[in-house]
Design a protein around this ligand. Structure first.
Ligand code: PGA
Length: 258
């Protein structure tokens, strides 16, 4: 079975000192453990270098939370995929629902961001998920299908193989309302079957589809036990080392059972 993936999305939280403490606490807790799970910390841009410095010696990797859709040039305030790659940041979260909602990111913009990342051999963590009205109206599969087709399906098989997909129902993010393991499994299976139709069985099987939305130490084990849930994108619970490490342990436990 492929290893699980657990990514901590810190969003716009923590001072520099707090970030240092959190990274060190996670590093210490994972130190010496022979873990199979791919653990990734995604702090704000300003703490990326700190994180990659630690990651070089530790059991985790580092992700940015966003990147520019442009390669370089007169784009004040933007950070390019190239700059991230230069800092040894290997992963980048793309299309989080907060970026779609507050910063106007469309599937077309995200397709460009995905291109910039794959051009520099970084791994996009492409987020998708429906809002509550879409879930209630029963259009959630359609919505996710469109997000995935428009943001990712222009990629060659070689580029697509590098992608991680995060299914994050927007109604579950930061709300304490987790999707049931059945709701998560059903959507992940749907996503995998879309990928299978486009890229074939092997690429679909190897794809990591992780779940995000109020995932915490008490529900992680059950969510990660679903056959198509390959790990988690963790927001609030990634801000406390103890909680985050417990979630990593849940991923390890499921990984070992299978
Ligand atoms: P949450 O956030 O775990 O706080 O719900 C998840 C995310 O937004 O990635």
């Amino acid at each position: 079975m492929k290893p699980k993936v657990v990514i901590g999305n810190w969003k716009m939280n923590k001072s520099f000192d707090e970030a240092e403490d959190l990274i060190s606490d996670i590093e210490d807790a994972l130190d010496g453990l022979n873990i199979n799970t791919l653990v990734v910390l995604s702090p704000p841009y300003l703490y990326l270098e700190l994180t990659t410095d630690h990651a070089a010696e530790a059991n985790f990797e580092c992700a940015a939370q966003n990147c520019s859709q442009f390669k370089n040039g007169a784009y004040t305030g933007e950070i390019s995929a190239n700059m991230l790659a230069d800092l040894d940041v290997e992963f980048c979260i793309i299309g989080h629902s907060e970026r779609r909602k507050y910063f106007g990111e469309t599937n077309a913009i995200l397709a460009e961001k995905v291109n910039r990342l794959t051009e520099v051999d970084m791994i996009p963590v492409y987020c998708c998920g429906e809002v509550v009205e879409e879930r209630k109206a029963g259009t959630h599969f359609e919505v996710v299908e469109k997000q995935i087709k428009e943001g990712l399906f222009h990629l060659s098989p070689e580029a697509f193989e590098r992608v991680i997909i995060a299914y994050e129902p927007v109604w579950a993010i930061g709300t304490g309302l987790t999707a049931t393991p059945q709701q998560a499994e059903e959507m992940h299976l749907f996503i995998r079957s879309l990928v299978e139709k486009k890229y074939g069985t092997e690429i679909a099987y190897n794809l990591h589809i992780i779940y995000g939305g109020s995932c915490n130490p008490s529900n992680a084990l059950e969510l990660f036990s679903q056959p198509n849930v390959d790990g988690g994108l963790i927001g609030g619970a990634s801000l406390k080392a103890e909680d985050f490490v417990e979630i990593v342990e849940a991923a390890e436990t499921v990984g070992k059972e299978n």
